[in-house]
Write a new protein. Sequence first.
Length: 175
Amino acid sequence: MARSWYAVHTISGHENKVRDLLTRRAQVEGFWNFDLYDILIPTEQEAANRAGKRVTRERKVFPGYILVQMNLTDETFKLVKGTSGVTGFVSSGNKPVPMEDYEVARILHNLEKSKEVPKVAFDRGDIIRVIDGPFLDYTGRVEEVNPEKEKLKAMISIFGRDTPVELEFNQVQKD
């Protein structure tokens, strides 16, 4: 039987634990590299500003799921299904459905090319308060958001006139 990728549903937040446990069980029982080939948890880097500092964290693309490349036999089915934290396969009826090649190729391609995805907390029209820089404690309205540069343009009232000001994400907070 040819190896295919299968989506396995896990308890949300336990994806890494399930991957490690399933890998150990497959190695002990002699399935690793013979019937079970790879376990993947698709993640992407996400950039955000917290407490005025830029932090990067990994975000799971499919929370609650892992992708397993394997030959589906009764033994491997029982091995995966019997692993603590696994709730089941994505299936049609009782039979697990393999993922299509184009789906897996798209997921792997997106993982390879994924860069830091800035977390945009601001939208046009939001009211913001400046928390750092020369305009400290001024409030304004967001006019433009540039997530790539992590900057925004806001209209701030200075001496009774609205003035356009360009600010970085870490210089402002929603009011």
